[in-house]
Design a protein around this ligand. Sequence first.
Ligand code: VIB
Length: 219
Amino acid sequence: MSLFERLKADNLDDWQAYTRHSFVKQLATGELPEHAFRTYLQQDYLFLIHFSRAYALAVYKSPRLSDMRNALEGLKAIMDVEMDLHVELCAGWGISRDELETLPEASETMAYTRFVLETGLRGDLLDLQVALAPCILGYGEIARENALAKPAGPAADAYRRWLDEYGGNDYQSVAQDFSSWTDQTAEIYMTEARFAALSEIFNQASRLEADFWQMGLKA
Ligand SMILES: Cc1ncc(C[n+]2csc(CCO)c2C)c(N)n1
């Protein structure tokens, strides 16, 4: 069993409150109001800026050169692929890259990103990877569970594009590689005594993910 599977099993209720959140369900059917998605995506752009910093911290916290390379690949995937999706979708609403960068940051965005950064700063690479795991593995799971969804309505194209991005083979292998990389780090740092503290980090990050969806819904 991978470390991720153990963490998920230990936090199943909070995990599903995140991955099966009504934001996700409404996105899959197309019922999600477009302004909810737009608010989410704009905040997510700011989120990804700080997530890039967290991956840069993962380079710094890497015990081996191979870990540094994995962290660097993750950093590049966010800055070269994922942020472009946001820019592309926001361009469809007439919002430029410059405007995205200067948006006021919501407290949900601040809470989640600074939690991840702080967890990485005070801990080792394994703590940081566990704080990143709900984000990276959750989106992979959400896209898989909704692979057959056919969103309807005015924002259907944007919702389909979003689901395809994370459901595609490229992203699915990013998620799989991240899980394997975390298992490799666990071989160095994991002890049974640490599991409870790691599970707490995983739980907090999963709840902050659910809050992030809720921020979009309440917009
Ligand atoms: C709130 C929030 N949670 C998770 C992701 C997904 N995500 C963030 S970084 C990353 C790795 C890219 O290789 C992925 C998939 C997101 N965008 N926003």
